[in-house]
Write a protein that binds this ligand. Structure first.
Ligand SMILES: [Mg+2]
Length: 357
């Protein structure tokens, strides 16, 4: 199964619903789509959605990393040597994790297709279906409630609310949301580094009766020591996102006394499935639960994250709503979303295909 050609192209995907989080407003989306062809007619698909504020990888760096000639070294390699190819990829592209993820995802897609199995089965599937949260950006109380009721009507049972601009406003929004949504809706929040240590403690105190599942990245990415000093009961309900890019970060966060109880893995931060599974193994060994998150991404890389998520016993939470608000996608298939639960299509590889335009 020799690799015969590789192409990459940037695609503007657009957003139907621009949104705000604690460090920026997002109104447009570009993904770089990678296609890897192998002898025998197999086509592997990958996609990159860089997040410069988190990883330092700009759209320009991402495009350049996947540009003319950069991937030519892969031509002629047998995709069944996947681990060696992934290791070489991470040596060659250390500073462009989303670009690396796009190639890594396409290679995994090809590899599993060559075996005739869904990728999750090749990786060691332990889950068949899990519910995903859907995200509500930072906005006013009434808009928050309106968006929540729309999502609940669509079958989602877990809401992830972006907070971190103003603690008092956040508390008011969450109180009103809990009143409106009732006790059964699961609510998790993401502060995107917006709180101080003191605000984080106050948030936990003042939301004790609101049934908040956990808080993603309350303090700045570099504040691992601040996390580490929180009481155990708080740490268990903190998910590291911007603090967790690489395997090294996972080791630092998990080292006793550990800094948090949950890791948010995103393929675009760590560089793809190969690194994600190494982080997942660290989490599993350390007793840390996994959440699988995403940027604004086509179905290609969302499906890739879902395959990887289903292959770790540590996986507990999904936050894979990144393709739902795209104005257009270049791909279809990959997964099903039914009553808020995500399932795979059970086709060889990722199960995604290019959309017929
Ligand atoms: Mg986050």
């Amino acid at each position: 199964v020799k690799i015969s050609s590789i192409t990459a192209r940037a695609e503007a995907l657009g957003l139907t619903r621009p949104y705000a989080i604690a460090f920026r407003t997002v109104s447009s989306v570009e993904n770089v789509i990678v296609e890897i062809q192998a002898d025998g007619g197999l086509l592997g698909l990958g996609a990159a959605s860089p997040e410069p504020k988190v990883t330092g990888e700009t759209a320009e760096i991402c495009r350049a990393s996947l540009g003319e000639g950069e991937l030519a070294w892969l031509i002629g390699h047998d995709v069944r040597t996947l681990p060696a190819l992934c290791r070489e990829l991470s040596r060659r592209m250390p500073h462009a994790p989303a670009a690396r993820a796009a190639v890594d995802i396409a290679l995994h897609d090809l590899f599993a297709q060559s075996l005739g199995l869904p990728l999750a089965d090749v990786l060691g599937r332990v889950h068949d279906a899990l519910p995903t949260s859907i995200t509500i950006g930072i906005k006013g109380v009434e808009e928050t409630l309106a968006e929540a009721s729309e999502y609940l009507a669509r079958g989602f049972a877990i809401l992830k609310v972006k907070i971190g601009d103003d603690l008092n406003v956040d508390l008011e929004r969450l109180r009103r949301l809990r009143e409106a949504a009732g006790p059964d809706v699961r609510v998790r929040v993401d502060a995107n580094q917006g709180y101080t240590r003191e605000e984080t403690i106050r948030f936990f105190e003042e939301t004790e009766d609101l049934g908040i599942e956990f808080v993603e990245q309350p303090v700045s990415a570099g504040s691992i020591d601040v996390l580490r000093e929180f009481p155990e009961a708080i740490k268990e309900r903190i998910a590291a996102d911007e603090s967790l890019l690489s395997e090294m970060d996972a080791l630092a966060l998990a080292a006793p006394p550990r800094a948090c109880g949950i890791f948010n893995i995103k393929l675009m931060k760590c560089g793809g499935i190969w690194s994600a599974l190494r982080i997942a193994a660290i989490a599993e060994a350390a007793g840390v639960d996994l959440m699988w998150g995403c940027m604004d991404e086509s179905r290609i890389s969302i499906a890739a994250a879902l395959h990887a998520a289903f292959a770790s016993p540590a996986t507990k939470y999904l936050d894979l709503d990144g393709s739902l608000d795209l104005a257009r996608d270049v791909s279809e298939g990959g997964f099903l979303l039914e009553a808020g639960f995500m399932k795979l299509l059970e086709l060889p590889g990722l199960g995604v295909r290019l959309a017929v335009v």
